[in-house]
Ligand binder design. Structure first.
Ligand code: NAP
Length: 306
C-alpha cells in the first residue's frame, strides 16, 4: 500500500522578517539624514488609560528609538473633548519635525473616531486610515497602506508566496485588517492579483469558503475558532488574531493565541504564521516603513514648494 507522508507546514517567521525590514528602513533613514538632514518623526496620540493601548504605544516608541527616529507621545486624559483632540492633531499637522501621526485606537466612546482620523493631514497619515488614503488604496494609487495588511502582503512576498491567481479568503471585514487586505490583494499589481472572498458574521457557512482558500487570512478576534478541518490541505494560513486566554500553567496566568487553532491547522496547512511571532511584529515594521516614506514625501513636497 502506498503511504503518504505530509511535509510539516512551513512556519512563516514574522519576527525574523520584521527585523530584516527594520534594518533596511534604518539604513534608508540614515541615507535620508545624510542627504537632507531630516530625521523621520512620529507622534503618538494616546487618549485615556487603556492598558493594551499603552503597551502598543510603548512598543512602537521603542521601535522608533531602535531605528533612530524622532518620536513624541501625547498622553491625554480620558475626558479630553473632540475639539481639544482635533486642536492637538492640527498642531502636529503643522509641526515640521513630525512626519507621521498615529492616534492609538480605540478612543473613548464620547469621541467620534472618524472625525479624529479625518483631522490628520493625509500626508502624515502613516496608519493609512484617512478616507483619502483609503480611497487611493481602493482605486490602486500609491498611498500609505494600513500597517497590518501591508505586513501580511510583505510576509507573503518575502516567503515567496505569490497571491496572483490564487483564491484568497479573508475572514473579517474590519476597516483596519479585513477590508484593506482584501483590497490590497485584489489589485491588478505584483504580489496581489488574487481572487478574493470576504467572510463575516453574515456568512452562512464559513467553512464552505475557508476550505476553498489557497491563502486563508483570518482576522476575527475569536480564539482558535478556525480548526484544521476547515482548511484546504497545503493552504497558506495567515492568522492575524491576538487573543488572551486563561492559562494556569503560565506565570502570567494567560497566554496569547490566534484565531486559528494552531496544532490542528499545522497538520493540514502548507505554511502558517504563529501567534505570537507571525503578523504582530510586521505591523510595527510597516509603521516604521510608512513613517520613513512620509518623511521622504514631505522632503519632496518642501523641495517643490521652494
Ligand atoms: P474587529 O474589528 O472586531 O472585526 C472582526 C471581524 O471578524 C468582523 O468583521 C466580524 O464580522 C468578523 N467576525 C467575528 N466573529 C466572526 C464569526 N464567528 N464568524 C465570521 N466572522 C466573524 O477586529 P479586527 O480589529 O479586525 O481584529 C481582528 C483580530 O486581529 C483581533 O484578534 C485583533 O486583536 C487582531 N489584530 C492584530 C493585529 C496585529 O498587529 N497582529 C492588528 C490588528 C488586529 P462582522 O463585521 O459581521 O461583525
Amino acid at each position: 500500500m502506498k503511504r503518504h507522508f505530509k511535509m510539516p507546514a512551513q512556519i512563516i517567521n514574522g519576527k525574523k522578517i520584521s527585523e530584516e525590514i527594520k534594518q533596511e528602513v534604518k539604513k534608508q533613514a540614515e541615507a535620508l539624514y545624510k542627504e537632507t538632514g531630516v530625521v523621520p518623526g512620529l507622534a503618538f496620540v494616546l487618549v485615556g488609560d487603556n492598558p493594551a493601548s499603552k503597551v502598543y504605544v510603548t512598543m512602537k516608541g521603542k521601535a522608533c528609538e531602535e531605528l533612530g527616529f524622532y518620536s513624541i507621545t501625547l498622553k491625554l486624559p480620558t475626558e479630553t473633548t473632540e475639539e481639544e483632540l482635533i486642536e492637538k492633531i492640527q498642531n502636529l499637522n503643522s509641526d515640521p519635525k513630525i512626519h507621521g501621526i498615529l492616534v492609538q485606537l480605540p478612543l473613548p466612546s464620547h469621541i467620534n473616531e472618524q472625525k479624529i482620523l479625518q483631522a490628520i493631514d493625509p500626508i502624515k497619515d502613516v496608519d493609512g486610515f484617512h478616507p483619502v488614503n483609503v480611497g487611493k488604496l481602493v482605486i490602486g494609487l500609491d498611498t500609505y497602506l494600513p500597517c497590518t495588511p501591508a505586513g501580511i502582503q510583505e510576509l507573503l512576498k518575502r516567503s515567496g508566496i505569490n497571491p496572483s491567481g490564487k483564491h484568497v479568503v479573508v475572514v473579517g471585514r474590519s476597516n483596519i485588517v479585513g477590508k484593506p487586505i482584501a483590497n490590497i490583494l485584489l489589485q491588478k499589481k505584483e504580489w496581489a492579483n488574487a481572487t478574493v472572498t470576504i467572510c463575516h458574521t453574515g456568512t452562512k457557512d464559513i467553512s464552505y469558503f475557508t476550505k476553498q482558500a489557497d491563502i486563508l487570512i483570518v482576522a476575527m478576534g475569536k480564539p482558535e475558532l478556525i480548526k484544521g478541518d476547515m482548511i484546504k490541505p497545503g493552504a497558506v494560513v495567515i492568522d492575524v488574531g491576538v487573543n488572551r486566554v486563561d492559562d494556569p500553567t503560565s506565570e502570567k496566568g494567560y497566554k496569547l493565541v490566534g484565531d486559528v487553532h494552531f496544532e490542528s491547522a499545522y497538520e493540514v496547512a502548507g505554511a502558517i504564521t504563529p501567534v505570537p511571532g507571525g503578523v504582530g511584529p510586521m505591523t510595527i515594521a510597516m509603521l516604521m516603513k510608512n513613517t520613513l516614506q512620509a518623511a521622504m514625501n514631505q522632503v519632496l513636497t518642501k523641495q517643490f514648494s521652494n
